[in-house]
Every structure is written in structure tokens, then in C-alpha cells.
Design a protein around this ligand. Structure first.
Ligand SMILES: Nc1ncnc2c1ncn2[C@@H]1O[C@H](COP(=O)(O)OP(=O)(O)O)[C@@H](O)[C@H]1O
Ligand SMILES: [Mg+2]
Length: 241
């Protein structure tokens, strides 16, 4: 999935050590994703994926190292970073269950001032559900709505935590190719935390496997797809021989 012109680095973590109460949960992490590229951030529970995403949007501070996005340091102000185009879809998705699909989109639209039209083209199923209460949607449909809301302000860097939480493999299979289209067509940089390793690597450009807060394996998605044993080992913290 390389484009003819190498696009700019949209998000970069350099030697990032991130933690809580001064105790590191992620150590010395290097991560880089270009506009139009998808990075799959993989690893078991507790590996530090969410921690990494939170630091990338300025929700938690770094203990050391740096986070840069779109040519400027990421400061510890989530709203300000969101206005600069750096957005996180949290693992709880941030949709309002008691509101209709249309009203959920309206809330996001009011904040961003942009038109919902283009996001619905990526998730056309939502077009037929605008009047339905969000709480009555399937997990997959709710995730589509969460992604649509996050995409409305046209972010340049979109981080998606646990996309497949509570979803059937079919729903994940349905949604992931749309993210590929979003990255390609909108030149969005996407960081995807995903438990379906093969599905994630099939649409990603690169991947990082975190284990106990460290990058146990980093490489192109092609390479990681070809070397599933290495991915497996990194996942379970087996030292590469
Ligand atoms: N708010 C918090 N306070 C203290 N420790 C935390 C907090 N959130 C996460 N952690 C710890 O940080 C580590 C990484 O967690 P997390 O980033 O949520 O992992 P993942 O998203 O990969 O499952 C874990 O050991 C977890 O217990
Ligand atoms: Mg997590």
C-alpha cells in the first residue's frame, strides 16, 4: 500500500515512556505513522496499547520521550489536540445510547461544523438507521456510528482503541476494509488497536506488537503477515532467538 509520493509523518512517538503515578506502563516506545497509512497496534491485555493511545492524544503525560503530531508537539490538552485533527475513538466508543443515530451525528456535527454526508458514504448502512435509537443497534452498527462521529471533524490522525470489542468477526471483516478506504481516500493516518491479528494486518501498512509495555516486534504489515510465528512469540513475550 505504498503511494508514489512518500507522505509526511502524521504521528510520531520517540522513546516514549508513559505511565501512571510515575510508574511506567509503556517504555521507550518508538512509533511512526504517515498520512494515509494504517498502523496496527497489537498485543495482549495489559500490554500498554490504551496507554499509548491516550498519550498520543494528550490525555496522559509522558514520563520521558516525545509525541509529535502533524508537525507540532502533542500537548496535554485533549480538546486542543482534537481541534488540530488528532482524535481517539475510545474502547467504550463514546456514543449516546439514548439518542438516535441522527442525533448522535448532529452532536458531533455541531462540534465540528462539517457535513455528515461524506462519513455516511463509508458506512451506508447507517443511512437507513438515522431515526433508530443508538442503544438498539448491534455492536457493529454502534462501532460504525462511533467511527462516523469521530470522522466528522475530518481528523488527520485517527486512533481507534479495541475496534472489535464485542463485535462478531463478520462485523470486523465488514468494517476494516472501510478504514482502508478512509486512509487511502482521506489521507488519514490511522492507528488501530485490534485483537483480530490477521484481519488487522490484512488492511494495515505496518504493525507493532507490544508486550509488557515494550515493542516486542515492529515491522511492515507484509512482513508480520509472513512471519506469524514471530508475531505469536512477541505476543506471548517469548524472546526472539
Ligand atoms: N489508570 C491507571 N492507573 C494505573 N495503572 C494503569 C492505569 N491504566 C492502565 N494501567 C496499567 O498500565 C498497563 C497497561 O494498560 P493498558 O494500556 O490499558 O493495556 P492494554 O490497552 O494493552 O490492555 C497495565 O499494567 C495496567 O494495569
Ligand atoms: Mg486497552
Amino acid at each position: 500500500m505504498t503511494t508514489a509520493i512518500r507522505s509526511e509523518v502524521a504521528l510520531e512517538l520517540s522513546a516514549a515512556t508513559i505511565g501512571y503515578g510515575g510508574v511506567p506502563a509503556v517504555r521507550d516506545l518508538d512509533l511512526s505513522v504517515r498520512s494515509g497509512e494504517i498502523l496496527a497496534l497489537l498485543g495482549p491485555n495489559g500490554a500498554g496499547k490504551t496507554t499509548t493511545m491516550l498519550a498520543a492524544v494528550g490525555a496522559i503525560p509522558l514520563l520521558s520521550g516525545s509525541v509529535t503530531a502533524l508537525g507540532a508537539p502533542v500537548v496535554e490538552q485533549v480538546e486542543r489536540n482534537a481541534r488540530r485533527g488528532i482524535t481517539l475513538v475510545p474502547d467504550n466508543r463514546g456514543v449516546f445510547h439514548s439518542l438516535s443515530v441522527a442525533d448522535n451525528l448532529r452532536v458531533a456535527q455541531r462540534k465540528s461544523g462539517s457535513d455528515a454526508g461524506f462519513v455516511l458514504e463509508y458506512f451506508p448502512k447507517l443511512k437507513g438507521m438515522l431515526r433508530q435509537r443508538c442503544g438498539s443497534l448491534s455492536g457493529g452498527e454502534q462501532q460504525m456510528l462511533a467511527l462516523a462521529k469521530a470522522m466528522l471533524p475530518e481528523p488527520r490522525v485517527l486512533l481507534i482503541d479495541e475496534l472489535s470489542m464485542g463485535l462478531s468477526p463478520i462485523a470486523v471483516q465488514n468494517i476494516l476494509p472501510r478504514l482502508r478506504a478512509v486512509a487511502d481516500e482521506q489521507q488519514m493516518a490511522i492507528v488501530l488497536v485490534e485483537q483480530h491479528i490477521d484481519l488487522a494486518l490484512s488492511i494495515a501498512d505496518s504493525g507493532i506488537v507490544l508486550h509488557h509495555g515494550r515493542a516486542a516486534l515492529t515491522g511492515s504489515a507484509d512482513r508480520l503477515r509472513r512471519d506469524r510465528d514471530a508475531v505469536e512469540s512477541a505476543y506471548f513475550g517469548v524472546e526472539a532467538s
